[in-house]
Design a protein around this ligand. Structure first.
Ligand code: HXC
Length: 258
């Protein structure tokens, strides 16, 4: 399928999806989000892909939802269209791991998109923010909920109420990003992390993603129970036998996703 607002490169079982609307700092419009979710769904279904990386340009991961697309809309249209709600739901149904590789601005919907990924690797130039308050609105695809879970109430309130930006160092120190790398090495480092993930058993990767995400949705007791059931279920896979045999035989495992 030919995309106009993203590019997709698949190599060594990793799909690198690059947001590509440079004229608008990768602002998220319906076309881009539609193409992105379609590309993720295809990657999720493909035997050739075991991990996805979403990135933008050096200047911007994404500067938010496209303000020109929203500016003239009213409540009824936003509500009937479930603006960006359907794409968000499709995104969250993707079961393989997704890494956000963020350089430059990740603002508003851009920050929310990064937070929908499974973890964020930030370039030292990254700037995160939820500046929707400056437009007379608030975050609409998870910002108030996810940022609060990442960084706690006080900092989340600060970000949402003042609209200030957070640099990469602050984002790492408060747990929003997993690591910071030099901007010039962002793609290389993100692909290396994805490559590591792609070496594992896909069944175990998917179970790990599922279990960690469950921790946001349930009580500790239920989450522990959920994890234990998934853990036990992996003992029905050939990859578990192979992984443990390889360890005892002091060799690299050959996972076959079975
Ligand atoms: C549409 C955008 C845009 C956006 C930037 N552009 N952000 N267009 N929507 N979110 C466009 C600019 O209009 C400009 O186009 C070009 O990209 C370059 O941007 P500049 O402003 O000239 O660049 P710079 O001076 O470097 O400033 C960068 C910036 C600023 C700080 C990121 O662009 C900015 O504040 N953008 C808006 C950020 C924002 O408010 N995001 C939240 C959106 S609401 P031209 O044609 O003039 O060259 C949101 C809600 C999510 O995300 C919920 C949805 C359900």
């Amino acid at each position: 399928m030919a995309y106009e607002t993203i590019t997709v490169d698949i190599k060594d079982h990793v799909a690198l999806i690059t947001l590509n609307r440079p004229e608008a700092l990768n602002a998220l419009n319906s076309q881009l989000l539609g193409e992105l979710t379609t590309a993720l769904e295809k990657a999720d279904d493909s035997d050739k892909v075991r991990c996805m990386v979403i990135t933008g340009s050096e200047k911007a991961f994404a500067a938010g939802a496209d303000i020109t697309e929203m500016a003239d809309k009213g409540f009824v249209e936003m509500y009937r269209q479930n603006f960006f709600g359907n794409e968000s739901d499709r995104f969250l149904r993707v079961r393989k791991p997704i890494i956000a590789a963020v350089s430059g601005y990740a603002l508003g919907g851009g920050c929310e998109l990064a937070m929908m990924c499974d973890f964020i690797i930030a370039a030292d130039t990254a700037k995160f923010g939820q500046p929707e308050i400056n437009l007379g609105v608030i975050a609409g695809i998870g910002g108030t909920q996810r940022l609060t879970r990442f960084v706690g109430k006080s900092k989340s309130m600060d970000m949402h109420l003042t609209g200030r930006f957070m640099d990469a160092e602050e984002a790492e120190s408060c747990g929003l990003v997993s690591r910071i790398v030099p901007a010039k090495k962002l793609k290389e480092e993100a692909l290396a992390a994805a490559g590591k993930i792609a070496e594992k058993s896909l069944l175990a990767s998917m179970a790990a993603k599922d279990a960690v995400n469950r921790s946001y949705e349930t009580t500790l007791a239920e989450g522990l129970n959920y994890e234990r059931r998934l853990f036990f279920s992996l003992f029905a896979t050939e990859d578990q036998s192979e992984g443990m045999a390889a360890f005892t035989e002091k060799r690299e495992p050959q996972f076959r996703d079975k």
